[in-house]
Design a binder for this molecule. Structure first.
Ligand code: DQA
Length: 157
């Protein structure tokens, strides 16, 4: 049987604090809950998952680089790095695999500095404001994008 395509699910700074962090914004779901939900959905979609979190920009850039040969797609919630990191944008542009950006909160209803995401420029799709369910939608979207890339309908940027 062919190996299941692997999706790298990346979580940026402070997402390890989910559950206790600003529950009025991020609700009570923990990152471990989100990982379990993603693993179940990926199994249903025939995908494998590599789920990671880091508070360090350089570590996230390194993981994105290694995904170029190891993974079929990336789902990323870059946290606050969305709004600051040209390095993460450049890494995502370099890997040439489908990317979906996820935010738990609706960044457009929040402070003005959250309205712009550098990462969105490298993303094929962006999901925000739907809480943990957004990660599952990102996996659904990636399954479709991977098929489109394989069929040659979509090209990397
Ligand atoms: C976030 C939104 C960001 O603005 C914030 O810095 C985060 C979480 C979200 O999932 O809603 O850390 O990416």
């Amino acid at each position: 049987m062919a190996k299941a395509p692997k999706i790298l699910i990346l979580n940026g700074p402070n997402l390890n604090m989910l559950g206790s962090r600003q529950p009025e914004v991020y609700r009570s779901t923990t990152l471990a809950d989100i990982e379990a939900m993603c693993r179940a959905r990926a199994r249903d979609l025939g995908l494998a998952v590599d789920f990671r979190q880091s508070n360090s920009e350089g570590e996230i850039v390194g993981w994105i680089q290694t995904a170029k040969d190891a993974c079929a797609g990336i789902a990323i919630n870059p946290g606050a790095y969305s709004h600051t990191s040209v390095a993460i944008l450049d890494a995502l542009l370099a890997v040439e695999i489908p990317v979906v950006e996820v935010h738990l909160s609706n960044i457009h209803r929040r402070e003005a500095f959250r309205h712009h995401s550098y990462v969105s420029q490298a993303a094929h799709g962006v999901i925000c404001g739907l809480g943990a369910k957004g990660y599952l939608m990102a996996l659904d979207g990636l399954a479709q994008l991977i098929d489109e890339f394989k069929g040659g309908e979509m090209k990397a940027r």
